[in-house]
Every structure is written in C-alpha cells, then in structure tokens.
Design a protein around this ligand. Structure first.
Ligand SMILES: Cc1cc2nc3c(=O)[nH]c(=O)nc-3n(C[C@H](O)[C@H](O)[C@H](O)COP(=O)(O)O)c2cc1C
Length: 265
C-alpha cells in the first residue's frame, strides 16, 4: 500500500472536476490533501471534440492542443506539486492507440493514473466511454483499455474512477473481478439516484469484494462526521463540490486528528 504511505497520513483526496482542477487549483491547497487529481483530461481527438461540444452548452472542460500535451502536463503537474500531495490524473479516451503515447508521457510525470469510467455527459456517453465502460456490453472495451495500459508497464498505480448504480452492484463487482489484475484502486462515487446522500451499501459490497485494492469513497462528503462514516468502508475519501464551495476548514481539522500514518491521535 505504497500509495497510502505516501499520503503521509492524509486521507482526503481532491476529486477531479473537468475545467476546474488544473495544476494551479490543485497547487493552492498546500498540505491539505493526500492526493490531488488533475483533469479529466482528454487523450485523443474524439474526446477532445466531445469536450468542445460540452463547452458549447456552457459546461467547463479542459481544452488544449493535443500536440502540446507533454508541455502542458509538465507545467500542470509542476503546479499541482505545490500541494505536497501525490498527483493523480483522470483520463478519458476512445482510441487507445492514439492515447497510448500520451499515457507514456503521463507515466513520467504523475503518481497515479485514473481511468475515467464515471462521466455521464451525453457527448462522452455517445462514444461508449465514461460511465458506459461499466456496462456489461462494454466490458471488452474496458478490459482492452486496462490491458493496454498494463502492457505499457507504467509502474504507477492505476485507479478506476467509477459511479455507483450505473449497473447493479453484483454486476459491477463481477465485471471488475475479471480485470482485477490490471488495476490497484477504485475511486467510487457512491452516486445514489434521486438522493443527496451516498449509497453506503454499494461501497460496503465493493469493499468486501476488493479488500486488496485501495478504495477511495466519494459523494457528498462535507464534514468530519460523514468522512468518518465513509472511511469505515474505504481507505481514503474524496471531495469535489465542497471544495468548490470553499468548505475546506473541516479537512484541516480532520488532518489534525490523524498522525502521519493516518491513525487517530
Ligand atoms: C464540475 C464538476 C466536474 C467534474 N468532472 C469530473 C471529471 O472530469 N472526471 C471525473 O471522474 N469526475 C468528475 N466529477 C465528479 C467528481 O469527481 C465527484 O465524483 C462528484 O462531484 C461527487 O463528489 P462530491 O459530492 O464531493 O462533489 C466532476 C464533478 C463536478 C462537480
């Protein structure tokens, strides 16, 4: 569990927010997070075009020239390192062959590579990626992506960023079980359709089946109380919207309660 050790006892992760969590955003939270996540970043022209469409309807996305990818990554990771946290990067692509050389670039600069199996924006879903990768009919694509990344021997942990309740938990576990050798961590948004609190039962089941993986629990965490609740079933927790709202004081307080191994003082 090298990743957990390297988090230095900090249990809160900055979750990815497209168009928002760039290097500067990550870097401004010094000594607060165990991991900061850049992205979601597009690694091929199909996802970049999808992002351009998403921007046209008013959502934020990261848009850049794919030919300048290496310079951009170097710059953004350098800025993110001001956080003193591990730097993860959340990635999307449709064409692995096109994405491959950019994953090779990421492996040189980032600490964790996180495959986005989470996005539900229509333009991404139409490509059969994002949360679609969790569906049984797209299992082969997920497997090929993960196997392809694995074969690059990137020597960095691979996380999957996933959304609960896209498929029933049994199907989710069954699918991930078949590819478990290709990844190290599950970053699980415990999305609970129609409810504004996380689906804890879903993560409980996932924890039970993936005891050897690093689990990052996510969804609606905005206080020490609900962080502790999620940490019963996860190694780390992550936050997105509460950071956007500037609600981070509780994270400093939470860190003060933990020693450098993440145990309660
Ligand atoms: C504006 C915004 C952009 C997001 N972009 C991404 C993304 O690019 N990739 C991803 O995996 N998740 C993305 N997410 C999902 C978050 O990482 C997180 O899973 C979700 O917001 C639930 O966590 P929260 O309740 O702490 O906000 C985004 C969320 C928001 C609010």
């Amino acid at each position: 569990m090298d990743v957990l050790q390297k988090c230095g006892g900090r249990k809160v992760v900055l979750a990815p927010m497209a168009g928002i969590t760039d290097g500067s955003y990550c870097g401004k939270y010094r000594n607060l997070f165990g991991i900061v996540t850049l992205g979601g970043l597009n690694l091929d022209s199909a996802t970049l075009s999808a992002s351009k469409e998403i921007v046209k309807r008013g959502r934020k996305e990261f848009l850049y020239n794919l030919n300048e990818f290496e310079d951009i990554i170097k710059r953004e990771v350098k800025r993110a390192r001001e956080s003193n946290a591990l730097v993860s990067v959340n990635i999307r692509f449709k064409d692995f062959e096109e994405a491959k050389r950019r994953i090779e670039i990421l492996k040189k600069h980032c600490d964790i590579i996180e495959l986005n199996c989470h996005c539900r924006q229509e333009e991404i879903v139409k490509l059969g990626i994002g949360q679609e990768l969790l569906k049984r009919e797209n299992f082969e694509t997920l497997r090929d992506f993960l196997k392809g990344i694995w074969e690059l021997e990137i020597e960095k942990p691979i996380f999957l960023k996933v959304r609960a309740n896209v498929v029933p938990v049994d199907e989710f576990i069954d699918n991930l079980n078949k590819v478990r050798r290709y990844f190290h961590g599950i970053h699980l948004d415990c999305f609970n359709p129609g409810r504004d609190y996380p689906d804890i039962e879903y993560i409980q089941e996932v924890r039970r089946s993936f005891k050897d993986k690093i689990i990052v629990g996510n969804n609606s965490i905005n206080s020490i109380k609900n962080a502790e609740k999620m940490l019963k079933y996860s190694d780390l927790i992550s936050v997105a919207r509460c950071v956007l709202r500037g609600n981070v004081r509780w994270i400093y307080e939470f860190n003060r309660k933990l020693d450098n191994k993440g145990n309660n003082l």
